[in-house]
Design a protein around this ligand. Structure first.
Ligand code: SF4
Length: 368
């Protein structure tokens, strides 16, 4: 019988998070062994297929156009370029490619058609394909499914309450709506969040309530530690301590027992020993390589060296779900509807986001 619960309360989750660490680790590792092979870890490569220039105001994100950061934008990449990067990722041990575009939401048209072609191309390489493209309608999700998409990533980021302190340009309910739209297809859901944005432990528990009460729960959950980038509203946040990360991973493992829990951003700040403890606590997926387009070099692949040292094996593709079929564009049942959905724009003000926007404007003026 499945022991997945969809009625976790914040109080119960807080109690787990705050347990003595050895007890927490033992419980999480025990649950991990019931649902997963503890010696395999999924290796996923993140490719930024369209970087920067985003209209949103996510306080953690250097790709938001309104802040002044060192991120160089680039237009949507070519399918052939993505295919070459996916082949390199596969050769260095990745079983999944996640393609990210800095968009508020998907717009029907030639760019989306190009993304669909990327999905078809990578699925044919026998790799799991994931996309993170912002908000999607049900029809767009269906088109991604037809192209052979394995997973769609859409993070909840934080608790519903703290989300309002980080993002003002779209609502938490929009996030849930996109997840719901993806759920109407056979595409799996990847959704998680970020710790270290100034949120309380209660907010972390609140995010896990939101994720665990989804039914079904997400098939994968990235747990990111904030990488505080200069020029973003969260640039002064202190780095997340490894103990917090271990507690968060372990708690996520307990409340989302069947989910692949992914160590995501912030891993470069962790020691090998810290990462090993996260794997023991139930993390069973990582993002490999540089996050912004620099292809990992297998000769100096630190992850593979760590795997070898501690006896971990990269997970094969389609271990958890079968490979989706790819339907060619000409045979598609779901076509471009030219939709213009009305996603909300809450437009409340977040002081630190406003301040960084003003500062960015001044810096740009000075640079001219
Ligand atoms: S929507 Fe995505 S790309 Fe845009 S600012 Fe937010 S996190 Fe960055």
């Amino acid at each position: 019988m499945s022991n997945v619960r969809h009625n976790w309360t914040k109080e119960e989750i807080l109690k787990i998070y705050n347990k003595p660490l050895m007890e927490l680790l033992y419980e999480a590792a025990t649950i991990h062994r019931i649902h997963h092979d503890p010696n395999t870890v999924q290796v996923s490569t993140l490719l930024s297929i369209k970087t920067g220039g985003c209209s949103e105001d996510c306080g953690y994100c250097p790709q938001a156009a309104r802040y002044h950061t060192n991120v160089e934008g680039n237009d949507l990449m070519k399918v052939s370029h993505i295919k070459a990067q996916a082949l390199r990722a596969k050769a260095s041990g990745s079983s999944r490619v996640c393609m990210g575009a800095a968009w508020r939401n998907v717009k029907d048209g030639p760019e989306f058609d190009q993304v669909l072609e990327m999905v078809r191309t990578i699925n044919k390489l026998e790799m799991e394909v994931c996309c993170t493209l912002g908000m999607v309608t049900e029809n767009q999700a269906q088109r991604l499914a037809e192209a052979g998409l394995y997973a769609y990533n859409h993070n909840l980021d934080s608790s519903e309450e703290y989300y309002k302190e980080v993002i003002s340009t779209r609502g938490f309910e929009d996030r849930l709506q996109t997840i719901d739209n993806v759920r109407k297809t056979n595409v799996t859901v990847c959704s998680g969040g970020i710790i270290g944005m100034g949120e309380s432990i209660e907010d972390r528990a609140g995010m896990l309530v939101a994720l665990s009460t989804l039914n079904p729960q997400p098939e994968s959950t990235p747990i990111n530690a904030l990488v505080a980038v200069e020029g973003t509203p969260l640039e002064d946040e202190k780095p997340v301590e490894i103990w917090e990360m271990i507690r968060m991973v372990a708690t996520t493992r307990i409340v989302l027992p069947e989910t692949q829990v992914r160590l995501s951003a912030g891993r470069t700040q962790m020691s090998n020993e810290g990462q090993a403890m996260c794997f023991f606590a139930g993390a069973n997926s990582i993002f490999a390589g540089d996050k912004l387009l620099t292809t990992p070099n297998p000769d100096v692949n630190e992850d593979m060296k760590l795997f070898e040292k501690i006896g971990l094996i990269p997970q094969k593709p389609f271990t958890k779900n079968v490979q989706p079929l790819t339907i060619e564009a000409k045979d598609s049942k779901f076509v471009d509807l030219g939709e213009k959905p009305k996603w909300t724009r809450p437009q409340h003000k977040i002081q630190r986001n406003e301040q960084k926007k003003i500062k960015a404007k001044e810096t740009r003026k000075q640079e001219k």
